[in-house]
Each structure stands twice: as C-alpha cells, then as structure tokens.
Design a protein around this ligand. Structure first.
Ligand code: NAD
Ligand code: ZN
Length: 344
C-alpha cells in the first residue's frame, strides 16, 4: 500500500509499505478515505520534533473498518469511522479516572519512537489499536472533512476551553489561528464567551476568525495586550488559549490574560520555554497544559457537529490526492491553507 513517510526535514515521500495486519484482539484495520495534515505534522516536517526517516505520518482520519479483532465490539467491519489521534489502554489508573491523555501506555499515530512507534494514517490502510476506545462511527450525513476534525483539532479546541474553565460571559483570547485556534474560537463561543479574540499574523486565517465572530488581532501590527485591553476595560481576557506551541506565543498568552486569569496551553512545546514567573506569581495566573483528552471529548464533539453547532465549513479544507502529499506539505508549511485533506 502507499503511505506518506517522513524523509528528512522539509521533505516527505510516497512510499510503498506492507499492508497492516491485526496484532491484538482489540485492533482494527481501517481503509483510509481521508487523512488530514495538521500543525502537529509540521513540527515533524520542520525537524523540530524528531522522528525516524521512513515513518508514516498523520493522525487525522476517516475511513471504513476492513478488519477487526474478536474483542472489538463498538465498531464492525464495514462501518464508516473516524478516530482519535491517540490510542490509549483503557485500563491503567489514568484511563480509569477518564484522563486518557495521561495513559501510561499512550501511543500517538504518526509520531515515531516518541509516540510509541504507531504508524500514521496518511496511508491507504492504518492499524488502529484499542479500537473500542480509538474509533467512533461517523454520524449519518457528516462529511469526511467535518468528521475527521472530531478526533483531533476540534476536540483539542474543545479541550482548551474546558481545561481553562471558561464560564459563560467571560472573554477568551486565542493565540494562534490555525485549525486548533479556530476550533477553539468556535468552542469558546459555544461555551458562552462574551468576546473572543484571535491573535495571529496570517491575514486569511484572521479573516476566518472574523467570520466566526472573533475580534482579530494581528500580532505583528498591534500590541496584543493593548488590543485585548481595549475591549476588556483594560483588564485583559479572562482566559487565554495558547494554540501555537512557541515561547513567543506563550508570552503573548500570559500578557493578554487578566490578573487571576487562566492560560490554557494546547500548542505542543517540544523544548523548554521561559515564562516570566515573577509576573505569573504577582498576577496570580493559573496555567494548564498538556495533550488534549480527545478520547473523553470526541463523543460530545461529534454530537455538537451532528447537531450543526460546531461546523467545519469555515476551515474549508483543500482536498488533494495522497500522491500530492509532498506539495501539500510544502503549501501547508507556507500557511497557504488552514487544513488539507489527503485522499488515498
Ligand atoms: P498551525 O501550524 O496550522 O497553526 C498555528 C498558527 O499559529 C499559525 O496560523 C501561525 O501563523 C500562528 N502563530 C505562530 N506563531 C505565533 C505567535 N507567536 N503568535 C500568534 N500566532 C502565531 O497548527 P494547528 O494545527 O492549528 O495546531 C496548533 C498547535 O496545537 C500545534 O502546536 C499543534 O501541534 C498543537 N496541537 C496540540 C494538540 C494537543 O493535544 N495538545 C492537539 C492538536 C494540535
Ligand atoms: Zn493533529
């Protein structure tokens, strides 16, 4: 089968690899019909998060179950499914507490050795461990481009807002208007935010944020703290979401949040990042961070999507054949589009 593999920083290739086979009784094999390219894939593409050359990338996916082990009971062969970007054991202490993203045996698709060597989903077929927890049936009528967001970027935006403890009537600043940030904008509105600010420097992405009702702040052109302050009586936002994963974005998030506010970090930090701890201390900020607990959120996110209350439309994914993955990665890296779907 064909798959998209990491070659070296700045380069992916279409490779031929053996078709996956069931290894455990709760595994499934999914024939991939659409696979997303995500900001997390860019960390690997840019060489910031190391992986093994030849490893299959990707962790956003929709497809059809073509094989399932005896212990798979929640989905069947022939079901149209989407999956979460992580596979978790369901049995350890963290999983029993419902904190699946802290699972002791967590594996992340398409990351390589750091993610437990689970081959990615930008391929014709993918092996899906612990399928009862990892896969969900796609609700009838939900298109691929919508459904595949539920297992990753939309569930992460949902997590960012939930982890921040945003209360209806509060304000929320989202740093980074990529797919995750834009999904966080939608989720913050749904949670009742009185105002949402989207901070980025890519104008087309800020334009999408505006179309979602956010106040757009260009971080190269504006003093973000002042811009957010202008709409919050000088106080700053009650909640700031860091949806980039860079020291600069983290600093911005800490600067735009009010005294006693919460900074919710979902951007992936792959190296130490300094925060002005004196400022965090004096201003009594609360900082929460980590992988999104997507296994816990995916059913609610799907319900909101099926009800039309969370929509993928604004992200308007570009769709290209899998064979065009090398050019698609290059375009995504240049931020020419907010989401790309590969069609095997
Ligand atoms: P993306 O690369 O498409 O978007 C990132 C956006 O941030 C871009 O629009 C970019 O212009 C903007 N940006 C860069 N530096 C900035 C700065 N200093 N200030 C403001 N904006 C800045 O990525 P994405 O798909 O939206 O993902 C966002 C982050 O979330 C990535 O780090 C990704 O790995 C991470 N992520 C985390 C989880 C999780 O479980 N925590 C899940 C999915 C994605
Ligand atoms: Zn992702």
């Amino acid at each position: 089968m064909r798959a998209v593999a990491f070659e070296r920083p700045g380069s992916v290739a279409i490779v031929d690899r053996p078709e996956p086979e069931l290894l455990a009784s709760d595994d499934a094999v999914v024939r991939i019909e659409a696979a997303g390219i995500c900001g997390s894939d860019l960390h690997i593409y840019r060489g910031r998060v190391p992986t093994q050359p030849g490893f299959t990338l990707g962790h956003e996916y929709v497809g059809t179950v073509v094989a399932a082990g005896d212990a798979v009971s929640r989905v069947r062969v022939g079901d149209r499914v989407l999956g979460t970007f992580m596979a978790v054991c369901g049995a350890c202490g963290a999983c029993r507490r419902g904190e699946f993203s802290l699972c002791g045996g967590i594996r992340l698709f398409g990351l390589g050795p750091l993610g437990g060597c689970l081959q990615g989903t930008q391929a014709e077929l993918a092996l899906v461990p612990h399928a009862n927890l990892t896969l969900r049936r796609v609700p009838p009528g939900l298109p691929d481009a919508t459904a595949l967001l539920a297992g990753d970027v939309m569930a992460t935006g949902y997590h960012a807002v939930l982890a921040a403890g945003l209360v209806a009537g509060e304000t929320c600043a989202v740093v980074g208007a990529g797919a995750v940030g834009l999904c966080a904008v939608m989720c913050a509105h749904l949670a009742g935010a009185a105002a949402v600010f989207a901070i980025d420097s890519v104008e087309p992405r800020l334009e999408i944020a505006r179309s979602l009702g956010a106040v757009a702040v260009h971080h190269g052109e504006h003093d973000c703290r002042r811009a957010v302050g202008a709409h919050t009586s000088g106080r700053g936002a009650d909640v700031a979401i860091e949806a980039v994963g860079s020291p600069d974005a983290l600093r911005t998030a800490c600067r735009v949040v009010r005294k006693g506010g919460t900074v919710s970090i979902v951007g992936v930090h792959a190296e130490p990042a300094a925060v002005a701890m004196d400022d965090v201390f004096i201003r009594g900020l609360r900082i929460v961070a980590g992988l999104a607990n997507v296994v816990a959120h995916v059913d609610r996110v799907l319900a909101l999507m099926a009800a039309g209350r969370l929509q993928a439309g604004p992200l308007a994914a570009d769709e290209v054949p899998l064979a065009q993955a090398p050019e698609a990665y290059a375009r995504f890296d240049r931020r020419e589009t907010a989401k790309i779907l590969l069609r095997p």
